[in-house]
Design a binder for this molecule. Structure first.
Ligand code: FMN
Length: 186
């Protein structure tokens, strides 16, 4: 069974990311073809990247990096739950991604974005980053609207249709997740 992390991509007080990630997890855990776990970057208290050696060398000096590395290495695939900040992903998520390299390689990513236009620009931004990390990013994505899926732009009340798009994205993540496991095993 492959293991998939649902990564909470915002650390802001009052963030929407947490309720979105919990909703994704509720849908995901009904499935029997993969295991899912929420990973909250806030729990890892990562400062702005403070490793002297580039992450691709995997020579980590700091305990926070080693802890983060062990967690991310555990998974076969990732679902990034990302806000859109100034047409990109959050600095906190980008920083957490930048900390590591080999832990991401030959794995798979799916995306759940949210914002005024479904967080699509943040997801496009993440897709560029995934290319450099050798992460295969699936086509299907979930685009939640601040207008339609959050009551008064705050309380998360997703339209029912999105459950289908979460499962469509997970179908692709699981399929590619299994395939890339064989590449890593070589
Ligand atoms: C610094 C900042 C920049 C933002 N820029 C955008 C943006 O470019 N596009 C957009 O749709 N929403 C933008 N927003 C609104 C966010 O989508 C909204 O605040 C959302 O709740 C952020 O996610 P979070 O609550 O999980 O941190 C921005 C919010 C912040 C704080």
């Amino acid at each position: 069974m492959i293991k998939i992390a649902i990564i909470i991509g915002s650390t802001r007080p009052g963030r929407k990311a947490e309720s979105v990630a919990k909703w994704v997890h509720e849908i995901a855990r009904k499935r029997i073809d993969a295991e899912f776990e929420i990973v909250d970057i806030k729990d890892y208290d990562l400062p702005l990247l403070d490793e002297p050696v580039p992450p691709s060398m995997a020579q980590y000096s700091n305990q926070h990096t080693k802890t983060w590395s062990l967690k991310i290495a555990m998974f076969d695939a990732y679902v990034f739950v990302t806000p859109e900040y100034n047409h990109g992903t959050s600095a906190a998520l980008k920083n957490a991604i930048d900390y590591l390299y080999q832990e991401w390689n030959n794995k798979v990513a799916g995306f759940v974005g949210y914002g005024s236009t479904g967080g699509v620009r943040a997801v496009e931004n993440l897709r560029l980053v995934m290319g450099e990390l050798q992460v295969a990013d699936v086509r299907a994505q979930v685009a939640l609207s601040l207008f339609n899926d959050f009551e008064n732009f705050t309380q998360f009340k997703p339209l029912a249709i999105h459950e289908k798009s979460v499962n469509a994205m997970l179908d692709q993540v699981i399929s590619w997740g299994k395939a890339l496991k064989t590449v890593r095993n070589k």
